[in-house]
Every structure is written in structure tokens, then in C-alpha cells.
Design a protein around this ligand. Structure first.
Ligand SMILES: [Zn+2]
Length: 370
């Protein structure tokens, strides 16, 4: 490789004066994981709004094989939200030991109250054109926005996002099939944490309606992202998703909150001052009354491991769902997502249990075990 780019892939010995040789010693060599939905880790949340939080999350997840990520915001105070966006570029500049920041993913606050999950209801509201236009104008690194497509103004929102190169995704939604079809027509092409906070079949006055889940299955060009912690979705649903959507349309995500990479116990979803108290147990964050999950504590290695354990997919396919598929969904697969000549040297080494022992971002080793 040269300047962080893969120059040549060969089974023969390559002569390259001055280059460092890395012996994988029987480990697997794979493209780094790309997490397109992640809120935190290592006891930090992107909504903390500090450079340290950004760097801590990037470094925590790099130890588990993530080489690129889309920092994700939650529905929260306007000032907190804007603050997180304001410092993004400085955090990106200072980030030398962590997974690379590839753009911001905004989740909410334009969500269905009835599907709020762990999003703070105080801030949930319908799309406000003045507000989202301002955000895109001011922060061109926003690359994805997840909202409920049935809300008033959601179709105009989707059209506007597409026009500005931002991926609109359906999330925290009570939409029926027909509403998702309309949203898909204007550009919504991804289902955010598929199945979580999402409508299925409902009945109104004896008549049955297909929901967002069924619409996502039926629309061939809809991609899905799934929380691969083995808790949010049981093995049966993982198999069902792969049977219908296939491995090329299914991306693995962590949707991790701050407790990822931390011991289990009490934690907070969102900012430390204004967030929701949660409890981490059974490998997942829950609301204190245990009525709902409140984000995952997964890392990308765990999502790959879960898929291999719970479904029939091979290691190669599971890794693809954590690298090339998310890269393609976010339109960065020209430079990232696979080990190919002229792509970025985002490379990881792991054993047959996906325990990561080296992480390289654009040719620089940022993590090495021992
Ligand atoms: Zn999320």
C-alpha cells in the first residue's frame, strides 16, 4: 500500500523497499467494519458534545474492528444537538487513534410518538422545513437522516434530503404499507434498525393493514440495517430477514450507546445531564422498568459473530454485511468496504471467533493487541 491506499494484492512476495511487513500468523485479514448507526461507547455519547467523547467512542470501537463510523445523534435539546454538530469537524481533524468519522447520521426528532422507543418524548415533533434546511446548509457533513415517513411534511423532507445528497431512512414509525411505498418513491431507501420501533400488521375496524416491516420486505430496493447484538433480534428473525432481503441488502449495525465496551450496570442514554437512566444487563441496555430496550451495547465484532452463530451465513458473507454493504448504502464503496486495489487500506485481523487483534485505518495501525 502507499499513502493509505491499497496498491497491489498478490499471493507472491511483493518487493517494496522500506515497507513494514505484517505477518498475519494464521489470522483472517478483512476489510474494517463500517458502523452507520452508532451513538456511543467507552462511557461517552456523541450527544455529550465534547471532542473527548468523539475520540473516546472512535477509539473504543476501533478495538473491535470498526474503521469507519457515522456518529449518530438522538432526539434531544436543540443546543446539545447543534453543539454535537458544531464540533464534528474539529473532532474529525483530531482523530488519529480511532475509527474514522465518515459523516453524521441524525436520528429523530421527527418520529412517531407511538414508536418512540427510548427516544426522549419531550423533543419528538413533526418535520420542520426551516429547521432541517438550516441544518443541511450549515452542516454539509450530515449524510443520513432517520425519521417517521408518515408524519406531515415527511415526503417533502425526503425529497429535500435526496436533492442534497443525504440518505433519508424510515425510523420509529407507525406507517402502514401505502405510506412507506409513497416515501420510497421520493427516496427513502433504508429501514433504520429494522423491526425495532417499527409497525407490523395492524387492524382497524376489522380491516387488516400491512405495516412498515411488510413494506420493507416487499419493496426490493429497500435496504435494511439490523442491530446484530443477538438480543434485539432473535435468530429466527435474523434468518427471516436474510431469507427475504439477502446479504446484499442487509447491513449490520451496533446502534451502540455509551455503555458499549463497559461493564454492565446503570448507565445513561443521551447526555449525562439530560439523558434517560437505563440499566445494562443481559448484554443490552433497558429502560429501568425493563419495558423496552434502550439501545445496544454491541460492538461490530459481536454483530458478525452473532450472524455466524444464529444464521447459516459464512464468515465472508457476515463480514460483507459489516463492511461492503454499509459502504454501498452510504455511497462510499468506491473507496471503502472491501480489500481491493485503489481502495483505502482499512484492514483488520481477527481469529476464527472474530476476536480482533489489529486495526488499520487508511494504512495506519491504530490498534494492536499486545
Ligand atoms: Zn439509534
Amino acid at each position: 500500500m502507499q499513502n493509505g491506499i491499497i496498491e497491489l494484492i498478490s499471493e507472491d512476495r511483493i518487493e517494496s523497499p522500506g515497507a513494514r511487513e505484517i505477518d498475519a500468523r494464521g489470522r483472517f485479514i478483512a476489510p474494517g467494519f463500517i458502523d452507520i448507526h452508532i451513538h456511543g461507547g467507552g462511557d461517552s455519547d456523541f450527544m455529550d458534545g465534547t471532542i473527548e467523547a468523539y475520540l473516546n467512542i472512535a477509539e473504543t470501537h476501533a478495538k473491535y474492528g470498526t474503521t469507519g463510523m457515522f456518529p449518530t445523534t438522538l432526539s434531544g435539546k436543540w443546543e446539545d444537538f447543534i453543539n454535537t454538530l458544531e464540533i464534528y469537524e474539529e473532532a474529525k481533524e483530531e482523530n488519529r487513534k480511532g475509527a474514522k468519522f465518515l459523516g453524521i447520521h441524525i436520528e429523530g426528532p421527527y418520529l412517531a410518538m407511538s414508536q418512540k422507543g427510548a427516544q426522549d418524548p419531550r423533543y419528538i415533533r413533526p418535520p420542520d422545513p426551516e429547521e432541517y434546511k438550516y441544518v443541511l446548509r450549515k452542516y454539509p457533513f450530515v449524510k443520513r437522516w432517520s425519521i417517521a415517513p408518515e408524519l406531515p411534511g415527511a415526503l417533502e423532507f425526503g425529497t429535500y434530503m435526496r436533492l442534497h445528497g443525504v440518505l433519508p431512512a424510515i425510523a420509529h414509525t407507525d406507517a402502514i404499507y401505502e405510506e412507506v411505498v409513497k416515501a420510497h418513491e421520493v427516496g427513502y431507501s433504508l429501514a433504520t434498525h429494522f423491526y425495532s420501533a417499527m409497525s407490523g400488521v395492524t387492524r382497524k375496524n376489522a380491516f387488516r393493514y400491512a405495516g412498515a416491516v411488510e413494506a420493507t420486505y416487499l419493496l426490493d430496493a429497500m435496504d435494511v440495517e439490523i442491530i446484530g447484538d443477538g438480543v434485539h433480534l432473535p435468530g429466527s428473525l435474523l434468518q427471516y430477514i436474510l431469507k427475504v432481503k439477502g446479504t446484499d441488502r442487509t447491513a449490520l449495525i451496533t446502534d451502540a450507546m455509551r455503555a458499549a465496551g463497559m461493564p454492565e450496570g446503570p448507565s445513561i442514554l443521551g447526555t449525562k445531564e439530560d439523558g434517560l437512566e437505563v440499566i445494562v444487563e443481559d448484554g443490552v441496555a433497558k429502560l429501568p422498568d425493563r419495558s423496552s430496550f434502550a439501545g445496544s451495547v454491541a460492538t461490530m465484532d459481536r454483530t458478525v459473530r452473532t450472524l455466524m452463530k444464529e444464521t447459516h451465513v459464512s464468515m465472508v458473507e457476515a463480514v460483507k454485511m459489516a463492511s461492503l454493504v454499509p459502504a454501498r448504502i452510504m455511497k462510499i464503496d468506491r473507496t471503502k468496504g472491501s480489500l481491493t486495489r485503489k481502495k483505502d487500506a482499512d484492514i483488520i485481523l481477527f481469529d476464527d471467533d472474530i476476536q480482533v487483534s489489529m486495526t488499520m485505518v487508511e494504512g495506519k495501525i491504530i490498534y494492536e493487541k499486545n
